[in-house]
Design a protein around this ligand. Structure first.
Ligand code: PRP
Length: 174
């Protein structure tokens, strides 16, 4: 067990809940009458996706994908390795990639490029948090919860060394 970090709340749970509900309403309106395939990027987005999907009123299928970066090589190349691929076929489906955070943008960019080759009917992205100041590729999420400064955040799915994902608020180190 590691020494716990000293944390303070950056985005409280009530604010997260209100924003996630609003995103859910927006996505539901945009996809009214269509079936959505949510592609949840493990592990960080699991908590956000669990809340978001319960605000969707359109027919929704959940699937999960897990990618890993190749250490420092990734920060320059954006090459990632699939740890777990989707079980659903993407072809002809309306696909929404669900991320917890977009930082350099390399992961989302890679996923968009990869899934696009599988011929979806449409392909967009949704992230709870965005750190545009860290971007290395010109990419904007289609649905966005909060824009944040370049802070190291944990909680609500986001980890430090795999810990703190279970915190209900988004926190930063004091
Ligand atoms: C985080 C996050 C995104 C990615 C964003 O995942 O969930 O997938 O990093 O960073 P980027 O924009 O610089 O590519 P991480 O690799 O920490 O895995 P996790 O979701 O399991 O925590």
């Amino acid at each position: 067990m590691e020494e716990p970090l000293s944390l303070r709340v950056l985005i409280p749970r009530e604010e997260i809940a209100a924003r996630v509900a609003a995103m859910g309403r927006q996505i539901s309106a945009d996809y009214a009458g269509k079936e959505l395939l949510l592609v949840v990027v493990l592990r960080g987005a699991a908590v956000f996706a669990a809340d978001l999907c319960r605000h969707l009123t359109t027919q929704t299928v959940l699937d999960f994908i897990s990618v890993s970066s190749y250490g420092s090589a990734t920060s320059t190349s954006g090459v990632v390795r699939f740890l777990k691929d989707l079980e659903e076929s993407v072809e002809g489906r309306h696909v929404l990639i669900v991320e917890d955070i977009v930082d350099t943008g390399l992961t989302l960019n890679y996923l968009l490029e990869n899934l696009r080759t599988r011929k979806p009917a449409s392909l967009v992205s949704c992230t709870l948090l965005d750190k545009p100041s860290r971007r290395r590729v010109d990419i904007q999420p289609d649905y966005l919860g909060f824009t944040i400064d370049d802070l190291f955040v944990v909680g609500y799915g986001l980890d430090f060394d795999q810990y703190y994902r279970n915190l209900p608020d988004i926190c930063v180190q004091r």
